[in-house]
Design a protein around this ligand. Structure first.
Ligand code: FE2
Length: 249
């Protein structure tokens, strides 16, 4: 062997070793993704599409709610839990004394799943008797899916906005357990309140903001234990976030 070809040989071998190691890493990563790829990635992509449709006015907000609930009811929960690595996420959670702890698990990059989704997502973790406090939404379409535990879930239609109060009407008042879901929009069930009734509870949330462009998106807080008025309606005092957490968190 000449000096030159020996050097070539060494480089060649080192190159192959690097390639092999890289391939091995890729294979392992892919083996994980392949496990969960088809089901949850497709499910999230469908949620992405109807999110685009509601923003693009191809879907009415109440139609988005119906379609989202349909998709949520079809979820493969073990697969979704694997997708967000729920085991790791739910281990050693720093629960909050009031209200929910919000966590944002990163979705794995999976072929076919857009990297920039139209909806934001988070997982709420709560201890027993703690609540996602009663609140309404402006210019948002959101959905809850119970991942673990039991909840007392309530929704209200937000019928009127006044200077210091809202007129609301109860629409849902039910027990929610694993796989249970509900949705919110400006047009239906706009206010929700979820109280954990098991030792701990976890909720998967998605939210599409800026349904109408140029309008603010966000939460508004209220006290739904207000004066009962005609037609099963309630006068719910407008409150700030801190009072909402103090009263109901
Ligand atoms: Fe909400």
């Amino acid at each position: 062997m000449t000096q030159l070809s020996r050097r070539d040989f060494t480089h060649g071998t080192l190159g192959s070793l690097l390639t092999f190691s890289l391939l091995e890493t890729l294979f392992e990563a892919d083996a994980f993704a392949a496990d969960v790829k088809p089901i949850t990635a497709k499910w999230l992509t469908d949620l992405h599409q109807i999110g685009l449709d509601v923003r693009g006015k191809k879907l009415k907000q109440v139609e988005w709610q119906a379609k989202t609930e349909e998709l949520f009811k079809q979820v493969n929960l073990p697969d979704l839990l694997k997708f967000i690595d729920f085991e790791k996420l739910s281990k050693n959670v720093q629960f909050r004394d009031q209200g929910e702890k919000s966590m944002r698990p990163k979705f794995p990059e999976v072929e076919g799943l857009p990297t920039k989704l139209v909806f934001g997502h988070q997982v709420f973790a709560l201890q027993k008797d703690r609540s996602v406090v009663p609140h309404g939404h402006d210019n948002m379409a959101t959905a809850f899916l119970i991942l673990q535990g039991d909840f007392h879930g309530r929704h209200y239609d937000r019928l009127e906005d006044h200077k210091d109060h809202f007129i609301v009407k109860p629409t849902i008042d039910d027990k929610f357990t694993v796989g249970g879901c509900s949705t919110v929009s400006d047009h239906k069930d706009n206010v929700h309140w979820f109280k954990a009734t098991s030792e701990t509870g976890f909720i998967f949330n998605i939210h599409v903001l800026n349904i109408v462009e140029g309008k603010r998106s966000g939460r508004i807080y209220m006290d739904p234990n207000g004066e009962k008025i005609a037609g099963g309606k309630i006068r719910a005092r407008k409150i700030g976030a801190s009072e909402a957490y103090k009263l109901y968190g």
